[in-house]
Ligand binder design. Sequence first.
Ligand code: ITT
Length: 210
Amino acid sequence: MDEKTTILFVTSNSGKLSEAKIALNPFGFNVQAFQFSEENPVIEEIQASELRIVAADKLRKAVSIVQDSTKNLGVMVEDAGFFLDEFNGFPGVYSSYVHKSLGINGVLRTLNGIENRKASFKCVIGIHLDGEEIFFEGECKGLVSEKALGTNGFGYDPIFIPNDGDGSTFAQMTSEQKQFFSHRGMAMESLRAHLEGRIQSPTSNHGSES
Ligand code: ITT
């Protein structure tokens, strides 16, 4: 690699940022936080039926704010959601609103007496690099715990038990353990493979991954 590829992560969520750093920085990439300012305080999310549509819109807005996506500087966004099987995926794209309004204990209450506790996290990463937009998806299936457990992570982590783990919630795991199972870990892994492929064959055509 000539120069380290810097990835400017445009997110208001410090948990996402630290997970992205854990996923990419050890492999020679340099994930940095985009500094929001008075001029650019937040990126307003559109309400849409799919994470991918929300991520694509966020990416377009992020690129217009950063105005500097070159060969060695990628602009990255991510949209994630928590999907409850019993409610046909709800809250899904409304996860942020539900988390702010009901909180995780409110979500637990909605499942009181309901047998089906299946849930999943999904995320879509969008990156704009060297004039190209590419998207990567990740999904992690699991169950909603009976009560909130653990203090690590963020958002819905205390109430989500991934199927492939040892029965711990994401919030009972270290960030590295969470990444091993998580939607974000999966999407970051695809992004990392893509970036490494680009470095090895810089002139080949890299199309959308998802
Ligand atoms: P952005 O600025 O990147 O949009 P955000 O926190 O608004 O940050 P999302 O809209 O993608 O991010 O997230 C929707 C909700 O899902 C929000 O309440 C998050 O806290 C939660 N969430 C996302 N990823 C999560 C994860 O890995 N573990 C637990 N909760 C998560």
